[in-house]
Design a protein around this ligand. Sequence first.
Ligand code: ADP
Length: 385
Amino acid sequence: MDARTGLPVVGMVGAGQLARMTHQAAIALGQSLRVLADSPDDGTALVASDVVLGDYRSLDDLRAFAQGCDVVTFDHEHVPHEHLRALVADGANVQPGPSALRFAQDKLAMRERLSALGVPCPRWTAVASAADLRDFGADVGWPVVLKAATGGYDGKGVWVVESVDAAADVLASGTRLLAEEKVAIERELAAVIARSAFGQGAAWPVVETVQRDGICVQVIAPAPDLDDELAEHAQDLALRIAAELGVTGVLAVELFQTRGGLVVNELAMRPHNSAHWTIEGTRTSQFEQHVRAVLDYPLGSPRPTAPVTVMANLLGGPADVRPAGIDERVHHFMAHWPDVKLHLYGKQFRPGRKVGHVTALGDDVEEVRARAAAAADYLVNGDKE
Ligand code: ADP
């Protein structure tokens, strides 16, 4: 409890943009997030007052951080699993708990558990040897999608391989691997929900996530032309996964839409890029909802505020287009798109890095998409003569 406010202390491990936006939402609830930051330059360390510098891989640092927190939650899933267990053994209130988080940390564990629950997944297998991969490829057909069980993000740790030979380096690297059939993806969707420790659930509309080179560039809410029944099915699936796995906080279920229906790609148990649109696009943002859920408060309404919301990520451009004059660009952006909302994360513009996002609302999907894309492109690249 914070003696000054009489309110519980929420600690978030990690101080990137997710913590930064959670902090922003927490402020309105009378909270001030405590964060465990790698560096004083982390996005949240720049804006929060209760910053603990430390290494999320160090149990000592995690223990020191958890002291005085009423609940400990996360802006990434990279805290070693055994450390999470140790914190719980110490008596820390870790939300989501380690037994749920495991399925967002380890794709092999996730596939095993979801398959056991009867949740539709791509065909998959654990790969411990070249023979495993050869047999699987012979079974499902090449190419095969090879994945590192742990540690991947934004497509790093995912390899589409045409043969066992093409996978030689990955196989030799000693990484724990799984293989999946290469799904014929019509488009990618995300069903994002929140679940409180008490078990209350709330689902946002299902969105389409538009990908380029394995990175999400745009999120369209709701997913255009998605059949109502399929949308409801996706929401129910996400709520069911959360209940079965005992997830608390935000759960994002990344889905592939295929001719045969939906299959689950992966799970994230934290605020997720596919729900940044909820800040302006719904009554309760994912960040506020995450705070409510981990504190076991009743959840807020996930109802949309506009027929269409589009979020476009701001991805750092090539190294030579550094944000010279970013301040000037922000100025022009605001003049040109007074109704597009800008979120900058306080990061350096490195190539491919998510440095911010923009959100546009409206009535017509194509118009809103074009507006969001133009605004994002201007901010990252400036005027193209
Ligand atoms: P990460 O954890 O790095 O985000 P994902 O498992 O989400 O990795 O995979 C990244 C991307 O690779 C997905 O968004 C999708 O486009 C593609 N992908 C992943 N798994 C498959 C699959 N089984 N079939 C086809 N494409 C896939």
